[in-house]
Design a binder for this molecule. Structure first.
Ligand SMILES: Nc1nc2c(c(=O)[nH]1)N[C@H]1C(S)=C(S)[C@@H](COP(=O)(O)O)O[C@H]1N2
Ligand SMILES: [Mo]
Length: 310
């Protein structure tokens, strides 16, 4: 039989932090400093896609090299190894591509991706990005506020949540032949979170079209939340009255909540969230509440018990 059959892995078995990073560091030591750059050689030759730098949304931290941004990925549709997406996502067909926007909206619409690219002026925003596994990066995204799209479709008074649904195509996405998560990948935000000016629809990074492994042709970026909230390769956006049940909530309800705000005070059941390793750094640093965006977003959660709504 042509397809691979993989032993199902429980999501709770696969996200132990730092294991990968230390294995990779060890391998790089083992092959010697001279050979290491060859191993991370990029095959990515992205088309130019620049956005106007928006200094109001640029953190002062040094951006992570694009080699790391595009070779250390979580995109389980292409496997659970950090290097798998860079190896396997190259063949994902990102044209033609449509995004259906539906549900509780007055103007549901199927957008062609090239129409979406012209929906609002593209900006460059340099955001911190923190994975629940405790690594972090600094990424110069190209995109526009998610709110611009939301305004176009005019949510009804019943719309309280937004669901993001990734492409489901096991022929193109070999990881979908394993049941590590329920496919298609689903994520969600409360409508006011989705409308927040920091919530971005990203179509590029480092002035080029998004590499497939980073979620081409279109992904969300929600920088104050753990990375898994930022759904990749989106084909459908639904407006709902009730919160959607996300892929990670189904995989581990005690471990991955709906909110998933970066919070150094609320540990993952299996590890601390107090510190993080910025990819490229040797020493860990303290994790900041809301990933450093507290001033902008803490108000969204006023009066909520963040231990309960994790
Ligand atoms: N469709 C889809 N989106 C996804 C994931 C995934 O497995 N599938 N992984 C999430 C997780 S856990 C993280 S940390 C980020 C990683 O984004 P990056 O590879 O661009 O850094 O994508 C998120 N979005
Ligand atoms: Mo993640």
């Amino acid at each position: 039989m042509p397809g691979r059959t993989e032993k199902p892995i429980k999501a709770s078995e696969i996200t132990a932090p730092e294991l990968y990073y230390s294995r990779r560091s060890f391998m790089q030591l083992a092959v010697g400093a001279a050979l290491a750059p060859l191993l991370s050689q990029s095959a990515w030759a992205g088309d130019k896609l620049s956005g106007k730098p928006n200094p109001a949304y640029a953190v002062p931290d040094k951006p992570t090299p694009r080699e790391d941004i595009s070779h250390y990925n979580n995109f389980y549709e292409f496997g659970t190894d950090k290097e798998a997406p860079a190896k396997l996502a190259g063949s994902l067909k990102t044209r033609p591509w449509t995004v259906a926007v539906e549900g509780e909206v007055h103007r549901p619409k199927i957008f062609d991706i090239d129409e979406l690219l012209r929906l609002a002026p593209l900006e460059e925003r340099i955001y911190r990005f923190r994975c629940v596994e405790t690594w972090s990066m600094v990424i110069p995204w190209v995109g526009f506020p998610l709110a611009e799209l939301i305004k176009q479709v005019e949510p009804t008074g019943n719309a309280k949540f937004v669901e993001f649904i990734t492409l489901h195509d096991p022929a193109q996405m070999p990881g979908q032949r394993s049941s590590v998560l329920e496919w298609p990948y689903r994520e969600g935000l409360r409508l006011d979170e989705a409308m927040h000016p920091l919530a971005l629809l990203a179509v590029g990074l480092y002035g080029e079209v998004l590499p497939n492994q980073n979620g081409a042709p279109l992904r969300v970026v929600v920088p104050w939340k753990y990375g898994f909230k930022s759904a990749k390769s989106i084909v459908k956006i639904r407006f709902l009255e009730q919160p959607p049940l996300t892929a990670w909530m189904k995989a581990g309800p005690n471990e991955y909540g709906f909110y998933a705000n970066v919070n150094p005070q609320v540990d993952h059941p299996r590890w601390s969230q107090a510190r993080e390793r910025r990819i490229g750094d040797f020493f860990r640093r303290q994790t900041l509440p809301f990933n450093g965006y507290a001033e902008q977003v803490a108000g969204l959660y006023a009066g909520m018990d963040l231990n309960r709504f994790f």
